[in-house]
Design a binder for this molecule. Structure first.
Ligand code: ADP
Ligand code: ZN
Ligand code: ZN
Length: 739
C-alpha cells in the first residue's frame, strides 16, 4: 500500500469561513515529488484552485476522490516548523488555517518581475489646461506621472486613483511613454557599496558588554529566553544586535532582525551588510514579487543566515532560528492590521518557544505591555543608560502654543522655534521638523453652510494637498478642490489643520535660502525614494528635513542639532487610551535624532498642553516616571495591560445587514458570569464607512486575552452557522488602533 496515495489539501478559498481539509488522489507520476508544503492545482466544483498539501494517507478518507491536477512548484512553500506556526496563528488570531498558510507561505513565483515597464511623461509641452477640461482623469494621471516618473502602469493608475485604461489612453496619445527597465532583484545590492570602509569593530562600552554577555548566556542556555534591551537613543543598541548575531552564527544557528518600518531598513541594512556581507537577506513588503521570491528561496536553501526585514519577515523560512531581534519593539506597525491580525512580538515568542531561541526586544521607550511583563519576570531587563561617548541627552524646550495665539502669531512656527531654526541654519547645522500628518490641511470647510468635504466612499474628510487635489487617506480617492461649495454655492471655502506640506510652504517663506526635503508617504511612494531623500539629507545636501513619523525613529545623522516637533497634540488628543503612551514615545524618539554627533542636540516641542505628564516626562527623558504615572491611570480604568481588549468588526455594503449582523453576533456571545467579560456595542465603528463598506463593531474587555479567544471562537462558529448575510466578520484581539 502506498503511504502517499492520497493527499490532504487545504484549498485557498477566498471566502471560506471555516477550515476544511480536502482529500485528493495523487496520480503515481506525482508521488515522488509531492511533499508537505507543496502548492498544487486541484479540481474544485467546476473550477481549478490552488491549495497546499498538508498531509498524506494510504487510504481515501472519502470516496470518490478526484486527482490532483498538477504541481505548481516542486519546492515546498513552507517548512514543517512554519506549518506548526501557521496552526498556532490560526488559533491565536481566530482565522482559518488557509488564511494563516497564505500569510506564512513563500511568495508565489512570478517570472515577469525581472522586467517592468515604467511610465515616463513625454517632455514636449502638453496643454495641461485643455487635457484637464476634456479628460480630468487623464490630467490627474499625467500630473502624477510628472511628479513620480518611472512608476509601472498599474502603480501609476493606483497612485492617481484612475483605471488602467486612463493610463493606456495617455500612452496611446503619446503624452506618456513606456520604457522597459531591468529591475534589480537583489534589492540592496547597490546601496552602501563601498560607502563605508570597514575600519574594524568599535570597543564596546561597559553597558554594552553586560548586555551582550546576558544575551550570549541566553543563547548558551538552549531554552527560550526573552530580553528587554532598554537603551536611551544613541546608546549603541544596534551594535549590541550585531554582536548578538555574530554570537548566534558562531553557534551554527541563524538570526532574524526585525525593524518597524521599511523606511528605516536602509540604514540598518547598510550597517549589517558591512559586517555580514552576502549572508544577509532582506524581506519586506516593498520588494517586487520576483525579488521577494528570490530572497525567500535564498533563505530556504540556507544561502542566507541573517534575515532583516519588516513585520512579515518574522515568518522567514530559516531552518534553525537562534535569535530574534525586534528593534523599536513598541512600534504599532508591528501589528498586522489585516487578517490575520497578529502582533509580530507574539509570533516571535511562539517561534522562539518552538525553536528554543532568544528574543531581544530593543527600544528607548518600551511599550507598557512589555515593561509590565518585564517587571513581572517575563523578560530580563538590560539597560543602556548612557549615550555613546557620554554624549549628553538633547535639551528639550516646550513652547506653549496658547501664548503664541495670544500674541497674534497664526503661523505654524512659534517665534522661538523660528529663531532656533535660523540660528542652526546660520551655523550650517541641520534641522528635522516633525509633524504626524501629511498633506496640506486636513479639513476643507464651507464657511457659509458648514459643509465639510468628505470622501464619497468613506466616512472621512478629504485632505487638501498642495497640488490642488483633495485626497482620501483611506482609499486614495482624488478630486479637485471645487471653486464653490457643492451644497450652497458659496465661494468661501477654507482649510483647517496643518499637514507636512503646509509646514514646507512656511519653511519656504520663513527660510527662503534653506534647502528642504520632505519625507512622508506622498514623497516615498516610489521605490527607493526614501533612501534617496535620506541620502540627500545625510550627505548634507539639504538643511531641513520635514517629515511624518517616518523621520521620527532610527535615523542616525550626526549633523542634526535641532529637532522641532510642530504639534505634539496630534497624537495626544486622539480618542485612544494609548494616546499618552504614543505621545511619550514619539517625542522621545524624535528627540533622539538630535545631537548624535559631536554637537549637543536641542529639541523644541510645540503644544497646547505643556503640563501634560507625557510631555513633561519626555522632556526629562524619564521613562520610569512616565511608566508609573501611566500605569496608575490604566489600573484605575482597568485598561491594558490590566485587562485585554478584543474587537469584532462587521462590514458589508448593505448598512442594514451590517447592523443586524452585529446585533446577531452579540446575541451569540455567551460569556459565563465568572469570566468578568464586558461587552460594549454594537455601534458604528469610529470610521463608519471605508471604500463603500459600512462598518459596525463590538468591543470586549476581559481580565485575560485567553478568555476572549474562547468566547469569540464559540460565537464566531455559531454566527457562521446561522448567518446568511453578506457581511465579513473580522476579529482583532488586543487591537492597536480602534478606528
Ligand atoms: P541606538 O541604536 O541605541 O540609537 P546606535 O547603535 O545607532 O544607537 O549607536 C549610536 C552611534 O554610536 C552609532 O553611530 C554607532 O556606530 C556608534 N557606536 C555604537 N557603539 C559604539 C562603541 N562601543 N564605540 C563607539 N561607537 C559606538
Ligand atoms: Zn456651503
Ligand atoms: Zn475614501
Amino acid at each position: 500500500m502506498d503511504e502517499r496515495a492520497y493527499a490532504e489539501v487545504i484549498v485557498d478559498l477566498p471566502v471560506a469561513n471555516t477550515d476544511k481539509v480536502f482529500h485528493y488522489h495523487v496520480p503515481p507520476h506525482l508521488r515522488p515529488i509531492l511533499q508537505q508544503g507543496v502548492r498544487v492545482q486541484v479540481p474544485f466544483g467546476n473550477k481549478r484552485l490552488t491549495g497546499f498539501v498538508v498531509g498524506f494517507s494510504p487510504r481515501p478518507a472519502v470516496s470518490p476522490t478526484k486527482d490532483i491536477l498538477s504541481v505548481v512548484d516542486k519546492q515546498p512553500a513552507f517548512t514543517p516548523e512554519l506549518y506548526a506556526l501557521a496552526r498556532w496563528l490560526s488559533q491565536r488570531c481566530l482565522c482559518t488555517l488557509a488564511r494563516a498558510l497564505r500569510t506564512i507561505a513563500a511568495p508565489s513565483h512570478s517570472g515577469s518581475a525581472r522586467f517592468a515597464d515604467q511610465v515616463f511623461p513625454v517632455d514636449s509641452p502638453v496643454d495641461d489646461q485643455r487635457l484637464l477640461e476634456k479628460a480630468p482623469k487623464q490630467a490627474v494621471a499625467w500630473r502624477v506621472s510628472r511628479e513620480f516618473p518611472g512608476l509601472t502602469r498599474s502603480q501609476l493608475a493606483a497612485q492617481a486613483g484612475v483605471s488602467l485604461q486612463v493610463v493606456n489612453a495617455l500612452i496611446g496619445k503619446g503624452v506618456l511613454t513606456l520604457s522597459r527597465h531591468a529591475v534589480n532583484r537583489r534589492p540592496y545590492a547597490a546601496i552602501g557599496d563601498g560607502i563605508i570602509p570597514n575600519e574594524g569593530l568599535p570597543v564596546l562600552t561597559e553597558e554594552q558588554i553586560t548586555a551582550l554577555d546576558a544575551i550570549t548566556g541566553g543563547l548558551e542556555s538552549g531554552e527560550r529566553q526573552v530580553y528587554l534591551l532598554h537603551g536611551v537613543t544613541g546608546s549603541g543598541k544596534t551594535e549590541v544586535y550585531i554582536r548578538s548575531v555574530v554570537s548566534t552564527l558562531s553557534r551554527g544557528r541563524q538570526a532574524l532582525v526585525l525593524v518597524p518600518e521599511i523606511a528605516l531598513t536602509g540604514q540598518m541594512v547598510e550597517r549589517f551588510r558591512e559586517r555580514f556581507g552576502d549572508r544577509i537577506a532582506v524581506l519586506h513588503s516593498r520588494l517586487g514579487s520576483g525579488e521577494r521570491y528570490d530572497e525567500w528561496r535564498r533563505i530556504y536553501n540556507g544561502k542566507a543566515s541573517v534575515v532583516l526585514g519588516a513585520r512579515s519577515a518574522v515568518f522567514a523560512p530559516l531552518p534553525d532560528v537562534g535569535l530574534i531581534i525586534i528593534d523599536e519593539e513598541h512600534e504599532p506597525s508591528y501589528k498586522q492590521e489585516e487578517d490575520p491580525k497578529y502582533h509580530t512580538r507574539d509570533v516571535a515568542f511562539a517561534r522562539a518557544t518552538m525553536q528554543k531561541a532568544v528574543v531581544v526586544l530593543g527600544t528607548a521607550t518600551p511599550s507598557l505591555k512589555t515593561f509590565a511583563r518585564t517587571i513581572r519576570g517575563g523578560a530580563e531587563l538590560l539597560k543602556l543608560d548612557h549615550r555613546i561617548d557620554n554624549r549628553p541627552m538633547p535639551r528639550v524646550s516646550l513652547v506653549d502654543l496658547r501664548d503664541e495665539y495670544r500674541a497674534g502669531n497664526r503661523r505654524v512656527f512659534s517665534r522661538y522655534l523660528a529663531a532656533k531654526v535660523n540660528e542652526k541654519l546660520a551655523q550650517k547645522e541641520q534641522v528635522i521638523l516633525f509633524l504626524n500628518r501629511r498633506g496640506y490641511s486636513s479639513v476643507v470647510l464651507c464657511r457659509e453652510c458648514g459643509l465639510v468635504m468628505r470622501c464619497p466612499h468613506c466616512a472621512i474628510s478629504l485632505t487638501h494637498h498642495r497640488d490642488g487635489l483633495l485626497r482620501c487617506h483611506y482609499c486614495n480617492h482624488q478630486s479637485w478642490l471645487p471653486g464653490q461649495c457643492p451644497t450652497c454655492r458659496s465661494t468661501y471655502l477654507s482649510t483647517l489643520g496643518t499637514g507636512t506640506q503646509k509646514v514646507e510652504e512656511e519653511v519656504e517663506q520663513l527660510f527662503p535660502r534653506a534647502r528642504v526635503v520632505r519625507m512622508d508617504s506622498d514623497t516615498v511612494s516610489r521605490k527607493n525614494s526614501h533612501e534617496r531623500i535620506l541620502r540627500t539629507f545625510s550627505s548634507g545636501q539639504a538643511d531641513i528635513l520635514i517629515g511624518t513619523q517616518m523621520v521620527a525613529k532610527g535615523l542616525d545623522i550626526p549633523g542634526v542639532t535641532l529637532v522641532g516637533v510642530i504639534n505634539a497634540d496630534t497624537s495626544l488628543l486622539l480618542p485612544d487610551f494609548r494616546a499618552a503612551e504614543r505621545t511619550f514615545q514619539l517625542i522621545t524618539q524624535v528627540a533622539g535624532r538630535a545631537g548624535r554627533g559631536d554637537l549637543t542636540g536641542e529639541v523644541v516641542v510645540q503644544t497646547y498642553c505643556p503640563d501634560h505628564y507625557s510631555i513633561l516626562t519626555a522632556k526629562e527623558h524619564n521613562y520610569e516616571q512616565f511608566f508609573i504615572r501611566e500605569m496608575g491611570i490604566r489600573r484605575k480604568l482597568q485598561y491594558p495591560p490590566f485587562s485585554s481588549l478584543a474587537r469584532v468588526i462587521i462590514r458589508g455594503s448593505d448598512e442594514n445587514e451590517v447592523r443586524e449582523s452585529a446585533q446577531m453576533f452579540k446575541r451569540n456571545l455567551m460569556p459565563s458570569s465568572n469570566d468578568h467579560v464586558q461587552i460594549m456595542g454594537p455601534a458604528p465603528a469610529p470610521v463608519s464607512r471605508i471604500k463603500d463598506q459600512y462598518r459596525w463593531h463590538l468591543v470586549l474587555k476581559a481580565p485575560q486575552a485567553r478568555i476572549l479567544r474562547l468566547l469569540l471562537r464559540d460565537a464566531l462558529e455559531r454566527f457562521q452557522r446561522l448567518s446568511r448575510k453578506r457581511v465579513v466578520v473580522s476579529i482583532d484581539i488586543e487591537p492597536e488602533y480602534i478606528n
